[in-house]
Design a protein around this ligand. Sequence first.
Ligand SMILES: [Cu+2]
Length: 320
Amino acid sequence: MSSAEVDLLPPPQSALHPAGPAADSAWEVMLVLFGGGTVLLAGVMLLLALSLRRARPVRARWWLWGGGLALPVGVLAALFVYGERHRPAWRPVPPPDALVVAVTGHMWWWDVRYEDRRAGLHFRTANELRLPAGRPVYLALASADVIHSFWVPALAGKMDMVPGRLQHLQVQADAPGRWRGQCAEFCGIQHARMALDVVALAPADFEDWARRQERAAEPAPVDVRRAAGRDAFLRHRCDACHAVRGVTQAGADGGRGPDLTHAGSRLSLGAATLPNSAGALRDWVAHTQALKPGAQMPSGQARLPPQAIDDIAAWLAGLQ
Ligand SMILES: [Cu+2]
């Protein structure tokens, strides 16, 4: 993706800048609750001022029936009806025109699988969610270990990812853009560095991206350096945890670590811990535990010769 397509400012992670219908609705609820609370506070202050100025106190019965019963019942009933009407609908089955994406939380990264029945797309990626602008996206949310929570404030409210359960969230981005998501349920030492890049693309750009992602990696690079990187990746058993379609023999569950088939095409590394580049890939592989202490991947520095790390990084950067 060129820099012209993506805003280079820090991607916002803000519920105050809604970018789709679900977030618009949450924003409206927030305004109504805030406005309603302000009106109530003003009313109470007014009553207080009146009672302080007036010699004759308000009768006790008024306080009891009015302030104790009528007011709270009226306000809470109205809020209940209003809130119910704005609650996202529970849809056990995705709408027919929706793009279905299964996102599974792991300590501390996101596995992302695309299942687009309409276009016949099936592929896996990680730590990055790309969406076609203007089309509903049905997210099937699960967890591989502990409770996580999927939260992209610009697009929708939070949804917990609970082991043994399948939750869902329907989101839609109104226009192309880039946002940040964040795990919103404490899930262990690197919870804070379990973030997610979210990019909405024009439908044609999304189609291009998806077609590229669906392709397997080139099994035998002609470039000598990259061939050496692929060999080192296999020799040092990175494939014990990572799949690179076309190169490794990973099972259908994807592996213990993120799918790396198109690692070079992603915006960041380590679940949005650092921006992606050939140099960052090298640093990540060599110093994993310094960059993300506790991450469930060993640092390469002590185990791999520097040349092998350089070659692997060059190969991964080329997996576009
Ligand atoms: Cu978390």
